[in-house]
Every structure is written in C-alpha cells, then in structure tokens.
Design a protein around this ligand. Sequence first.
Ligand code: GDP
Ligand code: ZN
Length: 357
Amino acid sequence: MMDLKTYGYTEIQEIPDGLLPGRITEVRRERFTVMTECGEVTAVLKGVFYHSAETREDFPCVGDFVLLQYNESGNSLIVTVLPRYSKYSRADDSGHAAGYAKTLLEQVVATNFDYVFILSSLNRDFNVTRIMRYLTQARQSSGQPVIILTKADLVEDYNLPITEVTQSIPEVPVHVISSHTGLGLNELDTYLMPGKTVVFLGMSGVGKSSLLNALMEKDVMKVQAIREVDSRGRHTTTHRQLFMLPSGAMVIDTPGMRELGLFDAEEGIRAGFNDVEELFTHCRFTDCRHQTEPGCAVLTALSDGSLLRERWEHYLAQQHENKYVQGKTGYLTDKRTQNKPIPRSSKKSKKKGGWKN
Ligand code: GDP
Ligand code: ZN
C-alpha cells in the first residue's frame, strides 16, 4: 500500500468512514487522475460540483487533495476538495465560460505547492522588473519564492545579473543553473525534498521543460526546438501534470501555469522596455521597421551607442515571444486588443530633411 504522505499529504482532518484521500495528478476535461493509497484511480466529480459554476474556484485542480468515494471497478467520485495551502489562479474573463459574458471567474491552475520557482533566463530575456512581478504573484499564491536564473552556460559572466537581482530582491534566494550542463542543479536539492511540491513560473522559452526533464532525469516534456505559434498543448507523450521526481519532490506543470507565464510576458515588456518603445515615436515613419529606414531613431540610437545592441536584440526577442503568445488563447488576445499597436500607416514626414543627426 502506498503512503499518501509520499505525495505530500498530511492528515489535517479526520477522514469520514468510507472516503479515501488522494491527490490529483492530472485533469483532462472532467476526468481526474488521483493518486491514492490504493494506487492511481480515475475519478469524476460528484454531481454537486457541476451545479455551482459561480464558485468555479472550488473546482478541483492539479495538486488538490480530495476525498473520494472509491470505486474498484469504475470511476471513483470526488466528493470534497480539502483546504488548499497555496494556489495559483487566474481570472478567466474569456466570456465563453458558461456563457457569462464579462463575468470574472477565478480559474485555479495549481494548488498545494511549497515553492514557486521563478525562472528567468540569463542570456537574453534577463529582466529584474519581470522577476519582481512574478515575485508578487508568487507571494499572493502563498508559495515560497525561489529565483532561478537559467541557461548559465550561455553567458560568460553572470555576476552582474546576480548582483542586480540580490540588490533589488534581497530576501529571496537566487540560484544560477544550466539544465544543459547540470550546473547548479544540486543547489536545488534543499527544496526538492520528499513530499514537497514545486511549480515553475516564467516566460515561454526560459527553460521550464528543460529543467523538469533534467530533474526527472529523463525527457517527460517536449523542449521547444524552434519558437513558433503552435497548438496550446505542449504536453506531448504524457498528459501528466504532477510529476514525481526521483528525489521524492513533485513538480506541477499545467498548461494553465504556462499561460500565466505567457500572459505576464507581455506586461513584462511594457515594464521593461519603455525606453526602447519611446524611441519609436521619434522614427520618421510610423510603420518604421527599424531595419534600414531613413530617419529611424532606433538605428540612430544604435549607432551613437545610446541604445545598446544587446538591449535591442533583447527587445526583438521579446517581441518574437509575444507573437507566440498572441496565438495562444482568447483570453490573451482579448487583453491585447485593449492595447492595439500603432496602425501601420505612414505619417507625413514629421522631421523634414533626412537623418536626425
Ligand atoms: P520552456 O518554454 O520554458 O519550457 O523552455 P524549454 O525548456 O522548452 O527551452 C527553450 C529553449 O531553451 C530550448 O531551445 C532549450 O534547449 C533551451 N534551453 C533550456 N535550458 C537551457 C540551458 O540550460 N542551456 C541552454 N544553452 N539552453 C537551454
Ligand atoms: Zn525606426
């Protein structure tokens, strides 16, 4: 018999007779995979859940501890969701949820995790402002934040970014890792103790799948080869969403968690690249692509050094990422239409007479 403590369960209340505690490891539509002391079972919700769409946050999700009416020969029934000690949710304002236009429904995407690993890559998307935004989210979730700077193998010197992070965020531990070389992974052992649960937060492409694979010591998650607009499900061979690591710790990786990261990517750009976007207003043409156009303020700033090339490339990479985001969900697209880009029409030459300098 499996001990559910392995999955982080602590008995905080007496279990009524006939009910079996378990932890949800996977959700597919209305079907749940639940780990119990009798092994992994498939479960559905007891009717009462279906009739309370307005309390959608009560809906079970990956990470939840639940009580089941166990059924040996068919689907078990989830009758109770036990109190959550941490959770991530997002406001689902997509409007198509149960037909409530504009009703804000909370959608819980992961629960009962101990640590929130905030991933940020050292090479091109390094941005302390964004890390701080994730930190705010992490604190709201009640998980304990840990900052993980990824892809250390791609940079020569990471002392500067570390200093930047520790100065801005002195009270949160920071670790530098490379999932490719294994550098720094052993530092994470302190968190990855048996029964502990971790979620990853970070933009698409920072290396969440790669870290999960490295910690699992095998490939359970598809790593992005090329960035492109693809279908939203990146879970390939497996639909599992709660992974048991060899160390005995667990990682929750749900599409919902990933969308949280994607959504934030966009906000992160605004917070972090105001100076770059300000330049655009000085380009001669509103549809300037900042490549070869005459009167381009970006090219000017690059050539006189007032805009660093790395920073510009950084910005472009982020934009690229955003295109990927755009195709992802209606939720994100709705949000985006509130901030329409400048229409691509040529304005009358504001500054006559060629180059600014
Ligand atoms: P996710 O979108 O956050 O899950 O990111 P992925 O794990 O899919 O990684 C995105 C890209 O970054 C892939 O091309 C990975 O090979 C690459 N990558 C991830 N971790 C590392 C690392 O430690 N070093 C290097 N050089 N590349 C990495
Ligand atoms: Zn320009």
